[in-house]
Ligand binder design. Structure first.
Ligand SMILES: [Mg+2]
Length: 184
């Protein structure tokens, strides 16, 4: 059996953006970054030229990079940041350039009230076992994936106020260790 994929969201699990607005969570460093998609959105919403758009505040815990690399998974960005995660997030965490899920559309509604990522990431995984780490997934997504993905899958919900915690790393390591070749 190939190594499972670890489909990794940025905002929530790695960037606990909803922690107290002006108080950085312990262990995190503050970065101010200017991804092109962020600048473009802010220009539109705020009717400002690019040089008047404030950078995006990004809280990252430098220990998360090595901890993720130590897991027996192939890491994949699974985020609205798409390839910009490689430019702005990977270097700050000591991660290499990673494959990323490219979305045909983002934030669209769903007839079964699934998360907008769910159907596409299952297609993208193409039958490989995966764990999906996200602050927005729900039990509906977990159930739908179990019914539609032909290989083992784990969903890990992370609170966007706190980001990834030691127990999430433990759960990911234990799940990967329990994958048995030839069984699903
Ligand atoms: Mg998120």
């Amino acid at each position: 059996m190939p190594r499972p994929l670890l489909l990794l969201d940025v905002d929530g699990p790695l960037n606990p953006y909803n922690a107290k607005p002006h108080r950085r969570p312990e262990g995190y460093l503050t970065h101010r970054v200017r991804p092109a998609s962020w600048i473009a959105r802010q220009m539109q919403w705020q009717h400002r030229p690019a040089d008047r758009v404030r950078p995006l505040r990004l809280w990252l815990n430098p220990e998360h990079g090595p901890a993720l690399l130590a897991l027996p998974y192939d890491l994949v960005w699974c985020t609205t940041w798409t390839d910009e995660a490689n430019t702005w997030v990977s270097p700050l965490l000591g991660l290499p350039r990673l494959p990323y899920v490219d979305w045909p559309t983002m934030h669209q509604g769903d007839p079964e009230d699934l998360h907008w990522k769910t159907r596409h990431l299952v297609t993208w995984a193409a039958g490989r076992p995966f764990a999906w780490v996200d602050d927005e997934l729900t039990e509906r997504d977990t159930a739908w994936i179990a019914a539609h993905h032909p290989a083992p899958a784990l969903t890990v919900h992370v609170d966007h106020r706190f980001g990834l915690q030691p127990e999430h790393f433990t759960a990911l390591a234990e799940w990967a260790a329990g994958l048995v070749p030839g069984r699903s």
